[in-house]
Design a protein around this ligand. Sequence first.
Ligand SMILES: Cc1cc2nc3c(=O)[nH]c(=O)nc-3n(C[C@H](O)[C@H](O)[C@H](O)COP(=O)(O)OP(=O)(O)OC[C@H]3O[C@@H](n4cnc5c(N)ncnc54)[C@H](O)[C@@H]3O)c2cc1C
Length: 350
Amino acid sequence: MTSNARAPARIVIAGGGLAGLRTVEELRALGYAGDITLIGAENRPPYDRPPLSKQLMMGAVHDTSLRAELGSLGADFRLGERAEQLDDGMVRTDRGEYRFDRLVIATGARPVALPGPGRQWFLRTIDDALALRETLVPGARLVIIGAGWIGAELATAAASVQDGGLVLAGGGWLAADEIVTAVGVKPDVGWLQSSGVKLENGVAVDEQLRCSVPGAYAVGDCAAFWSGRFGRRMRTEHWDTALRAPAVLAANLNGAAQRYDPVPYFWSEQFGRMLQYVGDHRGADRLVWRDPGYGPHWAACWLAGERLVAVLTVGLPRDLQQGRRLIESAVPVDPGRVGDPTVPLRDSAR
Ligand SMILES: Cc1cc2nc3c(=O)[nH]c(=O)nc-3n(C[C@H](O)[C@H](O)[C@H](O)COP(=O)(O)OP(=O)(O)OC[C@H]3O[C@@H](n4cnc5c(N)ncnc54)[C@H](O)[C@@H]3O)c2cc1C
């Protein structure tokens, strides 16, 4: 697309994470030549979060910037500036005011804290990660609260647990006094409380990522989108969503009417294993295991009636890919063949 009569003149994006940056990139890739202002609370160029609990925590990388430079995007990046209020056609920040024709809300999510006066570490930002990494030294005792994905990845970087402490992956001994709270995140939408934007576990958006206020859209971890595929509102906290949804959003900002209705996907890396999950198993009525019988590899397949709705794999990327296509196509499958590891998963389609 090189021009579009309905393309808005001024687009303001609140949030400088992956979803915010990808929206800028996709708009420019579509040929949108109007003004773009991105307001990002962190005083850093956009960076990637998945390596924070993996390669960066292990000390293998120190910088996870998403782009070497931002200048070629021709956008006004207002970094270190926080959106505080949304009024009619205007975002007010802690430094100024920005009029818009279209607004993109991409303010992501923030960690949930536990009550109490003691010091808690979190793992959401690169500053969190760099500071936390400094505490992973022999002699410190680390307690991780929360056995979710990030808590488990951090445990991978830290050690294996022994009586009275932890043994580091590199062989050091870690005895424990620091507390890391990793009990989940909530959408970072407090600044929209009195804006009239409908909030429903995040910013409620329709299949075209439009929110209840005309001209405003939401994307990424903060957006609860309507999924026609699964028949419910969904808010994922997945990198894949922040990566891909902006392409649909940018097209819609340019006047298209595309639907965003993905089969959600995320991965995790723990103790040398690759875990991958695709789909949504909340509506499932049956769980079928696939165990090829060699090493720590297996797949869990959830079915709703005769349809595959979700697959979790450990070390079986082919099952993940084939499962993803079966979920996307919604074809009926034979549960007996799903559970037979000698049959390629794709051949379980009836
Ligand atoms: C440690 C870690 C590991 C992860 N590992 C995986 C993984 O292995 N696999 C996977 O699928 N996903 C993973 N994720 C999740 C993935 O990184 C997120 O889904 C993705 O970053 C979401 O991008 P986003 O742009 O929507 O939100 P965010 O990345 O949260 O970015 C939002 C940005 O908006 C800013 N902001 C917030 N409020 C305001 C405001 N009022 N004004 C201006 N700016 C504001 C924030 O400071 C932030 O910079 C991981 C996340 C973390 C933290």
